[in-house]
Design a protein around this ligand. Sequence first.
Ligand code: ADP
Ligand code: MG
Length: 658
Amino acid sequence: MSDTTDTTNTSANNADGAANANDASSANAAPSSASNAAAGAASASSAPQKFEFQAEIKQLLDIVIHSLYTEKEIFIRELASNASDALEKLRHLQLTEKAILDDNLPLEINITTDDTARTLTIQDFGIGMTRAELVENLGTIAHSGSKAFLKALGESGRKNAGLIGQFGVGFYSAFMVAKTVTVRSRSWRPGEPGHVWASDGSGSYTLSPSDGERRGTKITIQLTDDAAGFAAESRVKAILERYSAFIAFPINLNGKRINTVQALWLRNKNEIKDEDYTGFYKFQARAYDAPRLRLHFSADAPLSINALLFVPQENTERHGLARLEPAVALYCRKILIDPRPKDLLPEWLRFLKGVVDSEDLPLNISRETMQDKALLDKIGKVITKRFLKFLEEEAAARPEAYDEFYRQFGIFIKEGAALDYTHKDQLARLLRYESSLTGKGKTTPLAGYLSRMKEGQTDIYYLAGASREAIENGPYLEGFKSRNLEVLFCHEPVDDYVMNSLREYDGKKLTPADHADVKLPDAPKPPADAALPEADTKTLVEWLAATLAARGVAEVKASDRLVDSPALALNADKFMTPHMRRMMKAMNKDEDAAPLRVNLEINPASPVIKHLSAMRAAAPEKAVLVAGQILDNALIAAGLLEDAGRMVSRIYKLLETI
Ligand code: ADP
Ligand code: MG
């Protein structure tokens, strides 16, 4: 601001302290022309000078004051974060500058409330502001946060004043609760005098020199009647605890320290004790126990990030509790930007707790960077990749602990493997399954399966079923077992989706063992006389196809994957395994599913089949009953039997014949 552009203004709409202003001025000067020398000269007179706010600020104040924005309490966050910024900047200066005013003052924030006077005061010993800086920083729209707010407002129309909450209009948010705001400030530069800035937010402010100020800024808010509650210590304390607990500078409220928990994530790992981590986790995640896993890391490229992540003991979703919400808070230089950023991490990581602090933002940090989805995406990717790497390392170093983690949180890994295309390779490496070769309750990674594959084996086989027993007792495993081929056991409904969406692992196809197309290499043949002769088998197959066609059997053939069981059913639809059909039915209970169509495979070595072949000529009626029952048994094993009533009456008919 230069004095030559000041214009006399005798508006009656005086801000507090401006009543006797006779040299009141307007500060519509271009902020860039502000000079300390000119400002210093103007402050030679001790009478308050009156200034008009820049037009944009007036517009902003009008919106802020009249907005119905309910979360007025954010003004405390804004002022505390400004104080913290000012202290942070001073800390930087201390590294480079020799002469700093009041260099012995502690780097802390002091907040006082007075509920009789209805005031709230926030004071810091940060860098403070010169007269010119007060004019520029508090009277013009030079800084980015409010600018972005106005721009967004312009785009969405005035109605949308709720945007304030998203942007945090910084210093001006104080006017949501203030009759008047008084700012006493003195710059860190030795030789700069102190000043008082005051405004009621109605369009102008006053400035006057002030003797006896110490370095830093002291903002006193005279609260409106509506907002008098913010003069209550308990209210302010609760708000501070929520928003500013991890500001790295001490905050005192009415002389008592508020923030005992420090910005742990920015400290050196070697200095931090386990119990510090646990205390922080309990505070941050509102947990009662210690975390199951913890990852504390920092990255410099491509972004500067400090992150402290926790996996809780329990997956509460597993116990039928509500779906988890994202809970990794986003900080920028210790200031909370968003406690639950929705777009930071992929959804399947919603079980994570903790803090991400990205410093890689311009020094004039402002909350509109939050709107920068691309930046959030980048931060999210760095963290996700790092966390996945961490899990891989854990799995290798502490397999048992990893298994425990997997029992609780494996479902999220699966969700990610099925849905998160970007990370699916890394996620696939974290999957674990029981298999026909592991013991009960023991699991193998897909890599383990690969290492045990037979020569010439091109597929990774899996079978879905409710339990290990159900799969082992079913007919589908027999052919694989007799050839010593490993089959993964999938017990969870999502597994089919995971396998389908992964399609392959390390170049090997993932194939359901009960898929109609599975071709198995030659099995050890039963002795020639043990099986039904080929010609008889052919006739029987044709007869069965004709007899069972009305029951939805599309094809009958002699099987190469059966050893003991007489028959098995496969979905005729290649793209659907029996398990998938079960799931579809369960999901669309009310809709009529397409009529069932299956392929039936029979085992020519099975006594039941041999018997049936003979019975066809000897007792044709009974043979039809037996054929129907063989089909039903195969459907039961596949979990596909839809009408058990018919089966019961058939069995009674068969019992009559014995
Ligand atoms: P932002 O913090 O996004 O820059 P604010 O409206 O919160 O926007 O603050 C505007 C400017 O006022 C800040 O950039 C800073 O230069 C100055 N300022 C606000 N509070 C303080 C303070 N306590 N100490 C020093 N400067 C401050
Ligand atoms: Mg600010």
